[in-house]
Design a protein around this ligand. Structure first.
Ligand SMILES: [Zn+2]
Length: 216
């Protein structure tokens, strides 16, 4: 998959979110994952992780900007490393599922730990309705934990846990282009979607088949 070259551009989204779920788009941030000449890391630094979380609407722009200002360089390095480690365990579990194989227990254990971490860093918030009468709104919020470097990781872990515990897992597919293999959620009516992004991989594969026919 091709992404825009300039992640700093405020107006241009840095990441292609065609996976249809933040957890799948997150896995796709290690681009060309199975390429012979090695993958391409799209989460080059903590700023990239914040931009991804913000673009995926897991962290709001204000929170992302506050974290970019407040997290120490060492904290940013550690948080990025933890996020990438979680992403790779998630990728291993999801690609195993796509291939019909059971996941490795070490990967499942890492997911379990991160899912538990995420739920330990939330506050139960009670909020009266506008009329100040019943019912009272109760929800989980990041609250005071929103100022910690691992906020993007926790939001991604929560999002991933929602996916892997849902029926939608049956609809997780890998792009049919051998050089891409991006994950996506097949929400097409007949469950026949084959490409991460028809405009990119679909057209490329069609062109390749056309060329192959012409060459015969
Ligand atoms: Zn693709």
């Amino acid at each position: 998959m091709v992404m825009t070259a300039d992640p700093e551009a405020a107006t241009t989204p840095a990441f292609n979110l065609c996976g249809g779920h933040p957890a799948l788009d997150f896995v796709n941030t290690l681009d060309d994952r199975f390429a012979a000449d090695g993958p391409v890391e799209r989460l080059g630094d903590y700023g990239d992780l914040l931009r991804f979380a913000a673009q995926s609407q897991l962290v709001d722009a204000r929170q992302a900007a506050a974290l970019a200002r407040s997290v120490s360089p060492a904290g940013a390095v550690r948080a990025l490393r933890a996020a990438r480690e979680f992403r790779e365990a998630l990728a291993a579990v999801l690609y195993a599922g796509v291939a019909g194989r059971p996941p490795a227990s070490a990967d499942v254990l890492l997911l379990e730990r991160r899912f538990q971490d995420a739920s330990r860093h939330r506050e139960l918030c009670w909020q009266r309705t506008v009329a100040n009468t019943r019912p009272v709104l109760v929800s989980w919020q990041w609250g005071r934990f929103a100022r910690q470097a691992d906020l993007p990781l926790w939001t991604l872990a929560q999002s991933a846990s929602e996916l892997v515990l849902s029926q939608a897992m049956e609809r997780v597919r890998a792009c049919g282009a051998a050089t891409c293999r991006w994950l996506f959620l097949d929400t097409s009516k007949n469950h026949t979607r084959r490409w991460c992004d028809m405009k990119v991989c679909g057209n490329r594969m069609k062109a390749r088949r056309f060329q192959a026919r012409q060459a015969q």
